[in-house]
Ligand binder design. Structure first.
Ligand code: NAD
Length: 356
């Protein structure tokens, strides 16, 4: 594996490896960009098949964080970390603390948070060793970001409806939600309260039953991606939109909280557009949680944070408009984010020159 070529391919700044002898922790932190500021990104704990898979994952995820933060107009860069877990091995406090010490060596250039396989408790364990961690159970670390992610996605749904010239009125609409976990349940609730009928699927029966009982959702009959609906909201896994699922979509909008929904961003982004389905780009529509945690970390007020989450609607509108003349909404979103980063780079150069 040619590591420097991999870094250069997508403009990554740093890739750091850590082994903690006492706990056996093996982890990697990737900093994609600090052009706009220090970089916040979750810690993923996963039993990777090999080291190459972990490296590819951390590089891909950290790049995505740069675009998410830039599109959300945060003065933050993009980074991510991964822990190479042994299959079936439960996380321990010692491991969490060791990871916290690794994060601390970045002195705030990297700020960790929750991600797949990392519980709020693990975040709190990391936080015993570093101030540069957000999320977790403790309110001082920002708490659970998912209500804010759901709210931002709901705001983006309104932009999608407007873009299609539809009335922003959920009454009489059907929203199909894949995954009624932390974000999906709350998004379903917001849509329900706005008057929509919800169809849902979840591989976790307890979560599905809760949504049936508390929100009165209808359980999807078969594959949720084939459900006839107005809006399909993927709120579970990544890579759910591929050649096969796109061909069978029966909705006019896809807008959900899941990260990396397009299996092959360029090809599948164009396929969704060609299928006549409007796609709310994931890293634009699901930025609410990041805005919340990053906002608290950099000292924004509650009002400023909420304003930025409200602003997801305008950003989605702007990106969708640009997508009219581009192959896909995904490409429009990346180009939107890259312009903000370039703007930040120019400002930084100007400020440095002025200080000389
Ligand atoms: P979660 O684990 O609380 O919920 C996910 C739900 O999806 C669970 O109920 C799970 O059982 C279900 N699920 C898993 N596989 C499924 C499948 N094949 N079909 C149907 N349901 C399935 O996670 P979450 O925090 O709600 O995150 C959901 C997605 O949103 C993830 O992709 C995550 O990366 C992304 N995201 C979350 C946040 C946040 O604030 N939590 C922020 C940005 C992005």
């Amino acid at each position: 594996m040619k590591l420097f070529e991999l870094l250069a391919d997508h403009g990554h700044e740093r890739l750091a490896f850590h082994h903690d002898e006492a706990t056996g922790l093996r982890s990697i932190i990737a900093i994609h960009s600090t052009v706009l500021g220090n970089a916040l990104g979750g810690t993923r704990r996963w039993a990777y098949t090999d080291e190459a898979e972990a490296i590819r994952d951390v590089l891909r995820l950290s790049e995505g964080m740069t675009y998410k933060a830039a599109a959300a107009d945060l003065p933050m860069g993009g980074a991510k970390s991964v822990i190479l877990a042994k299959p079936g091995a439960a996380a321990t406090e010692a491991e969490g603390r060791a990871m916290g010490r690794f994060v601390d060596t970045f002195s705030g250039t990297y700020i960790a948070a929750e991600d797949v396989g990392v519980t709020p408790q693990f975040v709190d364990w990391m936080a015993t060793e570093t101030n540069h961690v957000m999320g977790g159970d403790s309110v001082s670390h920002g708490g659970d970001p998912s209500p804010f992610t759901a709210q931002g996605c709901f705001n983006a749904m309104k932009a999608c409806l407007k873009h299609l010239g539809k009335k922003v009125d959920f009454a009489g609409m059907t929203v199909a939600v894949q995954g009624v976990g932390a974000t999906g349940f709350r998004l379903a609730k917001l849509c329900k309260e706005a008057g929509a009928t919800i169809v849902a699927s979840d591989t976790n029966n307890a979560n599905l039953e809760k949504a049936v009982k508390e929100l009165g959702v209808t359980v999807a009959d078969g594959n949720i991606f084939n459900t006839k609906c107005d809006i399909l909201a993927p709120c579970a896994l990544g890579a759910v939109l591929d050649e096969r699922t796109i061909a069978n979509l029966k909705c006019s909008i896809v807008c959900g909280t899941a990260n990396n929904q397009l299996a092959h961003p360029i090809d599948d982004g164009a396929r969704v557009k060609a299928a006549g389905v409007l796609y709310g780009p994931d890293f634009v529509v699901n930025a609410g949680g990041l805005i919340r945690l990053a906002g608290l970390y950099i000292g924004l007020t509650e009002a400023q944070i909420n304003q930025k989450i409200d602003h997801i609607e305008q950003t989605t509108t702007a990106v969708l408009k640009e997508a009219n003349s581009l192959p896909s909404a995904y490409e429009a979103a990346v180009s939107y984010a890259k312009r903000r980063i370039e703007h930040g780079r120019t400002n930084r150069k100007t400020a440095t020159a002025a200080a000389r």
